[in-house]
Design a protein around this ligand. Structure first.
Ligand SMILES: Cc1cc2nc3c(=O)[nH]c(=O)nc-3n(C[C@H](O)[C@H](O)[C@H](O)COP(=O)(O)O)c2cc1C
Length: 481
């Protein structure tokens, strides 16, 4: 299991569908497109239909993004109005509740759910994730985020965000607490459920964790019995120095952005090097790049589809998303300003990367209009538009040059984008031996699907907290023990 090498010798790719529990994830305004039904995001059938579609087609996972506050920087501060018409990541429902229903109607699809370590307490989150790992029979992954919106901080009792790197220091201790709860609080053979003996759990099978650290004080024990994976499979997507260090230590599938395969190669090498420094086998980490695919029978039809989508784009929503991601409010800037020369280093670097990669735009001014167009069909992610051959060639080039293990595919319309990928792209990828023909093991857990093992691998830092069957370990006393 894990990385399957087909007879052609090519590495098979992982494909995730990237979604959010909201009308306008990465395509602001497109909710009103005739094909789109994301305004039905509040209904279970919207989600169970999508899950069944992806499961049947052989997708590896559905990755559900989440934020804990609105995109209120544009025309702000604290202004949600620009997001309202387009549903640009507003409103956003909680993703975790979708998973039990979707797992009940699917067999193999994995559900990656985002939850923030900055605003949720570890004891409570450990319980919620264990519950869903039980109910999905191990098909849940957790996308660990430290969150990046001031609006989330303000609504969770803080006047401003905790400084960026400190959020990762907190996250590191948070994970230690969770490993102690998930891996070390119940012995592997603690649960007997023996009717004859009248013993549900062995009296010596559960212990407190007594964690006392800089940020958390959690005595334990964990409130849930061991779930199939114990620690749910760990997704992460940090790009900064602190985020990369955290991901290289804890992450099992790392999500990266990137406009070119060459640039992404540097990120991939960096993550694998950090993992190595942490004593991990770098191949135990899957690296997945976000990309937006518009595919149709021919290049011309795919380009026409993109143009048609753009007719539904919402400028205000796109600029609101841009403001949330960058912290920069473009409302006071002139319509003809060329943001390749922006005074904001963040805006300048993003726009210059786009300008270097979108064919034919490197010598053109990158105005607000062009930014809106870029964001409206897939957010910040790289874009590929074309026939099955064009798109498959491009994905193959990405894998070869960047060394990524797969793609996180955003949608423009839903239903629509994933159906097109299934109809046009998957047959081409399968014909090239790049995408799995069949499921290697029915009902595998998330970790088995991604890296071929059910429990944390022994080289993962969480493994040192495992309480194995038959082992007699004294109570954890303090953080240092
Ligand atoms: C594919 C992908 C998905 C992400 N999903 C979320 C998300 O759902 N919620 C969130 O708060 N951040 C999300 N992020 C942001 C990352 O968690 C992280 O904050 C960002 O990449 C910046 O890295 P840094 O934290 O190291 O500065 C995502 C990033 C990527 C690349």
């Amino acid at each position: 299991m894990g990385e399957t090498i087909p007879t052609s010798g090519k590495k098979q790719i992982i494909l995730n569908a990237f979604v959010m529990n909201t009308p306008g994830h990465l395509a602001p305004g497109l909710w009103k497109h005739p094909r789109n039904k994301t305004d039905q995001y509040k209904t279970l059938s919207f989600w169970t239909d999508l899950a069944q579609l992806l499961d049947k087609a052989g997708f590896h996972a559905m990755f559900i993004a989440d934020t804990l506050g609105a995109y209120d920087v544009y025309k702000g501060p604290s202004n949600v109005v620009p997001t309202l018409a387009s549903g640009a990541q507003f409103p956003v429902n909680d993703p975790l509740y979708l998973v039990p229903a979707m797992s009940a109607v699917t067999r193999n699809l994995i559900f990656g759910v985002t939850a923030s370590v900055t605003y949720e307490k570890p004891y409570a989150l450990a319980r919620r994730l264990s519950t869903v790992d039980h109910l999905s029979q191990g098909r849940v992954a957790w996308n660990i985020v430290t969150s990046y919106l001031d609006s989330a901080a303000r609504n969770h009792g803080l006047s401003e965000q905790i400084p960026h790197d400190e959020r990762y220091a907190i996250a590191d201790e948070y994970l230690e607490v969770l490993y102690k709860l998930w891996e070390g609080s119940f012995r592997d053979d603690a649960v007997l459920a023996n009717r004859h003996l009248g013993t549900y759990i062995a009296s010596d099978g559960v212990r407190e964790i007594n964690h006392k650290g800089k940020y958390f004080d959690v005595p334990g024990p964990h409130f849930c019995e061991p779930s199939p994976q114990r620690t749910p499979f760990l997704f992460q997507a940090g790009v900064s120095e602190a985020g990369g260090q955290f991901g290289g230590k804890h992450g099992e599938a790392i999500f990266v952005g990137g406009q070119t395969p060459e640039g992404t190669r540097l990120t991939v090498d960096n993550i694998r090097n950090i993992a190595k420094q942490q004593g991990r086998d770098p191949n135990h980490i899957k690296i997945i790049v976000g990309i937006n695919v518009i595919v149709a029978a021919t290049d011309e039809e795919a380009k026409a589809k993109r143009e048609e989508y753009l007719e539904y784009a919402d400028d205000e929503g796109a600029l609101a998303l841009f403001g949330g991601w960058t912290g920069v409010d473009l409302s006071s800037h002139a319509d003809d300003e060329d943001f390749r020369f922006s005074h904001s280093p963040r805006v300048q670097s993003i726009v210059r990367r786009w300008s270097a990669t979108v064919p034919g735009t490197d010598s053109l001014p990158w105005t607000k209009r062009r930014i809106v167009e870029y964001i409206s069909v897939g957010g910040l992610q790289a874009k590929v538009v074309g026939s099955p051959t064009t798109v498959a060639d491009e994905l193959e080039r990405w894998v070869e040059i960047s060394g990524v293990d797969g793609f996180n595919l955003a949608h423009i319309v839903n239903p629509g984008t994933f159906e097109d990928i299934i109809e046009f792209l998957l047959p081409e990828l399968r014909q090239r031996g790049l995408f799995r023909e069949e499921i290697e093991k029915e009902g595998a857990t998330a970790r088995e699907v991604f890296i071929g093992s059910n429990r944390l691998p022994e080289d993962h830092p969480g493994s040192k907290y495992k309480w194995r069957a038959g082992e007699n370990i004294p109570q954890y006393q303090t953080k240092e023990n």
